[in-house]
Design a protein around this ligand. Structure first.
Ligand SMILES: Nc1ncnc2c1ncn2[C@@H]1O[C@H](COP(=O)(O)OP(=O)(O)OP(=O)(O)O)[C@@H](O)[C@H]1O
Ligand SMILES: [Mg+2]
Length: 286
């Protein structure tokens, strides 16, 4: 069998946050550090050419897992391999094979997509003339017309900016593309365009895609396989049809039903409180 695009075995990531400014509250000094097991013994395998979804509520560990896959974080235990290369031992090889797009994609907002992408091309040591041609082609495939390519990014909608972020990731021709909530906050039309683009990507660029989402319909539409993640653990990993059969033998169920049955909560509800990021997480004990 071919070497998988991604193989995760028993990955663990724990965050410990010490109480802030203990000197101001001397009595609190004895408090133990808060410990959050963000990724808890996760194992998964993604084959080349698959679109694989990570579905989970806020704080379930999706972004942390994506960061482990992209060498931004080092696992506390377990292993992650990208096309057979260990993310810790062979970080540079892995970096050449992957690219990550997240909601907090950093751009120079006063500069145009072309300028931003050329900047990235220089960072990656790409040939600038080739990159320039490629940028027009990639942005064109994303439905961004040539005249917009030289306008400041800040004039573009969030959907457009998200597409530019994906375009930047494609410049380096990653074989494994990690998309952390590629369509969150986009209007329905931009959402559709980005989704269609992800499907085209696999077809045209022979890419493997791992994406995270809160959106059941999106996961259903795009993903060959979906892992449901809850409090850092993968609690199901199957095709959308296979997941639906978990709740209804005839397969007549929605992914929302599946999520409800598996986690006891609704993903739609957790979306509604998405803006309440300031609310402290319930302390993870044990
Ligand atoms: N750098 C960090 N330091 C401390 N705790 C962290 C850090 N990053 C994440 N966490 C915690 O780890 C848990 C998982 O967070 P993560 O961002 O991976 O979730 P998520 O599934 O991506 O959530 P969302 O849907 O809101 O993006 C949360 O409890 C979060 O507070
Ligand atoms: Mg996240």
């Amino acid at each position: 069998m071919d070497v998988p695009a991604l193989e995760v075995r028993g990955a663990v990531k724990v965050f410990e946050s010490r109480p802030l400014l203990p000197r101001l509250w001397p009595r609190r000094q004895a408090q133990p550090a808060k410990r959050v097991v963000a990724v808890d013994d996760v194992s998964l395998r993604v084959e080349r050419g698959e679109i694989f979804g990570l579905l989970g509520a806020n704080g379930s560990g999706k972004s942390t897992l994506i960061r482990l896959l992209s060498t931004l974080l080092i696992p506390d235990a377990g292993s992650v391999r990208v096309f057979g290369h260990d993310v810790v031992a062979a970080e540079m090889q892995v970096k050449r094979l992957i690219n990550r797009v997240s909601v907090e994609a950093a751009f120079f907002k006063k500069l145009s997509p072309m300028e931003n992408l050329l900047y990235a091309a220089r960072l990656y040591g790409l040939d600038i003339a080739t990159a320039r041609t490629q940028i027009v082609v990639i942005l064109g495939q994303l439905g961004i017309r040539e005249q917009r390519i030289t306008e400041p990014l800040e004039k573009m909608s969030r959907g457009m900016q998200q597409k530019v972020a994906i375009a930047r990731a494609l410049l380096t021709s990653p074989v494994l593309l990690l998309l952390d909530e590629p369509t969150t906050g986009l209007d329905p039309r931009s959402k559709r365009e980005v989704q269609q683009f992800v499907l085209d990507l696999r077809a045209r660029h022979d890419a493997t895609v791992v994406l995270t989402s809160h959106d059941m319909d999106e996961a259903d539409r795009l993903c060959d396989r979906i892992a449901v993640i809850d409090r850092g653990r993968i609690i199901a990993d199957d095709t959308p049809a296979g997941l639906k059969r978990l709740v209804a033998p005839d397969g007549h169920a929605s992914l929302e039903d599946v999520f409800m049955k598996l986690t006891g909560k609704s993903l739609t509800d957790s979306d509604a409180v998405e803006d309440d990021d300031e609310v402290p997480e319930p302390a993870a004990i044990g």
